[in-house]
Design a protein around this ligand. Structure first.
Ligand SMILES: *Cc1c(COP(=O)(O)O)cnc(C)c1O
Ligand SMILES: [Zn+2]
Length: 463
């Protein structure tokens, strides 16, 4: 057992091996399971109530108090303040939206959108990357790397370019990366390797290369990242005056977010800072539904940490044998082997959670509604709203339930799908969307083509 105030610990209850925070690991060396960051809360200054965090707003000239991640640093106390790398991440808002609420089927006032696209690189990934960058600095890393469907690389690249502490190499798969995201990695001067394969291939290679060359790995197998992502839940609670909602609905890709949310609530409850834990809904795209299948078709559960590993291995062996590969327009969640699968199962247990899958059609329709009723989002993010609508229709979520949908990425990240959906250009629609099983665009807001003539323009306006 470690005597440090914070340490890393294997998630498997029969192992539980601990490691110092200063060690750079992505898995337990004894049993290869994931690691958690744990704290000896009995020897740490635990806040008396969550309201104490609001006082930090008065001290916004201190970059650590300005950060929407680090003003909660007492709840992730593993980094010395002098090591923290922050670029003002986490200035995100919770918007109550009756327009989207109506679409979902919620009562007025009960549907909320958490806009993580407002982060510096335009996705929630910055919540975790500020923590990974901090840890990289603590251990003196000269180079950091990640595999990415786009947003992780954009986030790592912006931290590297602004902090100038380490060089970055990002591994992206070929084909599906959205231009908005690729442009960020290039613009932020990250060395970019386009692997001839998909995301899962890129992740496997980057893990090998990192191990081989001692490069700091920033994928969500990095347990420090998930500590930063816990703060998304703290900000949601803060926006709701510390009253936990009934539901948190989140898209599921590599399952880092859902895992972090579960840990956040488990800790807050254990510390006596909340009494109620919201229910968690993790939403897969139907074209990338590993969690959904394992959970519903194979009955896989956390099982007190003794997950049925043979079931998981068998699932992936079959997946490979059948050459089944994830395919969805929601590229940020186009993942075959979610690395945080077991932690997500634990979070589902903690939060009495549910798992659903939604089609690309559902995702794009929900995305159009998020755009029409708010700030918009990228396709993967809209899986949360589509999932909330499905759970409402099933009666799992009640009309009176207070529901928070996490919008993980900015509207401008992936304009291709948006334009294809709205433009009314048949060729573009067929090429980008119909190929992926989207057959209609019921919420399309198509531009009207009009002659360059005042009278015609007035007629077109219809006013
Ligand atoms: C990374 C990402 C996700 C998936 O999150 P996980 O934590 O991997 O489940 C969803 N949406 C967007 C926009 C992302 O960038
Ligand atoms: Zn272990």
């Amino acid at each position: 057992m470690s005597t440090d105030l914070s340490f890393q610990r294997c998630i498997h209850p029969d192992c539980g091996k601990t490691y110092a925070v200063s060690e750079v690991l992505t898995a337990c060396t004894a049993c290869d399971n994931l690691l958690d960051i744990e704290y000896d809360w009995s020897r740490l200054p635990v806040p008396g109530s969550l309201r104490e965090f609001e006082a930090k707003w008065a001290n916004r000239r201190n970059p650590l108090d300005y950060s929407g991640v680090w003003r909660f640093r007492n709840l992730l106390p593993w980094a010395p303040e002098s090591s923290i790398v922050t670029i003002g991440e986490g200035q995100t808002i919770l918007q109550q939206s009756n327009a989207v609420g109506k679409y979902v089927g919620s009562n007025a006032g009960q549907l909320f959108l958490q806009y993580e696209g407002l982060n510096p690189s335009g996705s929630f990934k910055d919540n975790g990357m500020t923590a990974a960058a901090t840890h990289a600095r603590m251990v003196g890393a000269k180079m950091a790397a990640c595999a990415s469907t786009g947003n992780t690389s954009a986030s790592l690249a912006i931290y590297a370019s602004t902090a100038q502490l380490f060089r970055v190499v990002v591994f992206v798969g070929s084909g599906k990366i959205a231009y908005g995201k690729l442009s960020q990695a290039l613009d932020y001067d990250a060395k970019t390797l386009q692997i001839l394969g998909d995301f899962d291939d890129a992740l496997e290679r980057v893990r090998e290369v990192s191990g081989e060359r001692g490069i700091y790995l920033c994928n969500s197998v990095n347990p420090f990242r998930l500590e930063g992502q816990k703060t998304i839940m703290y900000r949601v609670l803060e926006a709701l005056a510390w009253e936990p909602p009934d539901w948190i609905v989140v898209p599921g890709g590599n399952l880092g977010n859902s895992s972090a949310f579960g840990k956040a609530f488990a800790e807050l409850k254990a510390l006596g800072l909340i009494t109620k834990i919201p229910r968690l809904a993790v939403i897969n795209a139907a074209g990338a539904n590993t969690l959904y299948r394992l959970y519903h078709q194979q009955g896989l559960r956390w099982n007190d940490g003794r997950t049925d590993d043979a079931k998981i291995d068998g699932f992936f062996t079959t997946m490979d044998a059948e050459k089944r590969r994830a395919s969805t327009l929601a590229s940020a969640i186009e993942i075959n082997r979610p690395v945080n699968l077991k932690k997500c199962l634990r979070a589902l247990e903690t939060c009495n959670g549910v798992v659903r899958e939604v089609s690309d059609q559902d995702i794009l329709d929900a995305k159009a509604q998020v755009g029409a009723g708010g700030f918009g989002c990228e396709p993967a993010s809209a899986a949360s709203v589509a999932g909330a609508k499905l759970l409402r229709a099933e009666g799992v979520i009640a009309p009176s339930d207070r529901v928070v949908c996490i919008l993980t990425g900015h509207q401008l990240k992936d304009p291709d799908a948006t334009v294809a959906y709205h433009s009314g250009n048949r060729e573009l629609f067929d090429e980008k969307l119909r190929k992926q099983g989207v057959t209609s665009a019921p919420y399309a807001n198509s531009p009207t083509v009009v002659e360059n003539n005042l009278q015609k323009i007035i007629e077109a306006l219809g006013v």
